[in-house]
Design a binder for this molecule. Sequence first.
Ligand code: XMP
Length: 534
Amino acid sequence: MRTSSVAAPTRAKAGGARKDSALLRGGVAVLDFGGQYSHLIARRVRSLGVYSALLPFDTPVSALKQMGVKGVILSGGPSSVYGKGAPHPEEGVFSGEIPVLGICYGYQLIVQAHGGEVKRAERREYGKAELRITDRTGIFEGIEGSGVVCWMSHGDSATRLPRGLTSMGESDNSPYAAIRSADGAQFGVQFHPEVVQTEHGDEMLSNFVFNVCRAERTWSMEGFLEETVESLRRTPEGRVLCAVSGGVDSSVASVLLNRSLHDRLQCVFIDTGLLRQGEAEEVSRFLRDDLGVPIEFVDASKRFLGALKGLADPEEKRKVIGRVFAQTFEEYARVNGPFRYLAQGTLYPDVIESGHTSAPASVIKTHHNVGGLPKDLKLELIEPLRELYKDEVRALGTLLGIPAAVIGRHPFPGPGLAVRIIGEVTPEKLRLCRAANHVVEQAMREEGLYDRVWQAFAYLGDDRVTGVLGDERRVGAQVTVRVVESVDAMTADWFRMPYPALERLSSRITNEVEGVVSVAYSVSSKPPATIEPQ
Ligand code: XMP
């Protein structure tokens, strides 16, 4: 299984480690064909109280059985099932032994596997469509109404159903928008039940998970907390060094570790020089003073800024930051050690999005907490949040008594302001970027908008624009404000900020940040853009 290939061997030794395969017993696996909503499927299933995780699309059936999964969901994906090199699951997946739900591409795989026909559609179907249900059994049990709004996103269609599969509904462009196998063990939908735009999508997934797979509700944050503390306590002897950044993830990880391994834990906060304004002071106040987590502060800003000098390429910057970060840790560990373990607040999407899965998704960005660790790292990794999504981490943090203001804090990337500075990171650009970010954060709070959005920040590049101050010409910087709404950062939409608030924000930035003469607002969603500009 390559999903957790980066840290699995080390984590197995660390004792505090948990593996997807163990958690998946009684749960539902999502075989990932690279679809943009694959994560959402797993999150939706988890929110029903049943554990779910993404596995490589070619995970052997024998492995699925060994894990004890109750069902399998085949995700969507960008390929055509009839295309050369298209990803296919092992054929045994369709034997009927394990219940299967195919979504979009996954649905087409079911049709093809049973001998049906999938072709390029005469008319591609994107966006909302009306599903007319003709068979209200299985996944459609209890769903009423003649037309159900569903979300379509496909260029191929099933044009002929084989014997053994029957239609459960149609849309204008898909005569077989939903199908089932005669034995009721396999279902396929051309649309996406996991996205909020699909009416009754949760009920469809719930029907599959509980009525078809007969899974039981065994996944809860309370249970996860109890089990994780227990399992962390079994970590073989040795001191643990934990990196904290003040963000929600590392804060939750450090409090969790403090609860499990207090006497063996040492947290370190590395000031990369790329942090938000007042960040170190704030972390010291809430983690050390209020929550009793043992933390030491290390000022490594000169080292980071030195290593970034002359670098403009975003991936190169990320890799250098990751490297310096790991080196700084190693040095700290040598001087203050011995430590055996390095603990980090890596989340599930970080692991997957860094390309450490055999799903046909490409590496989008190297997240420094995963990709930047050198191969010869002497410390064994403990990543207690490795299986969790962001909203789950927040729920866990609340259970651990972390204040709401910290839990609700917007995510901040590991490489810090470096990814909000396009091109080279210079002291002057850093000053502008930090000050502008501070104003954005303050203004969003004052406007009462902070908690309504996923992230709000400012970024800048090397653009110099002409401004006017009084009667004088003044050339200065332009910053771009980016505010996005999202549920999991895998996709995001730009926030339709009320004009008066936007106007106030713009003037505050130009008034309060010396050297900025112009403010732009980013109106791109993810995809095609990403949340951070670099
Ligand atoms: P992107 O820019 O990829 O960001 O759409 C998705 C989410 O991840 C955050 N982000 C990071 N977090 N290390 C992190 O811990 C990183 O290297 C990193 N890069 C981006 C970003 O702020 C957003 O919430």
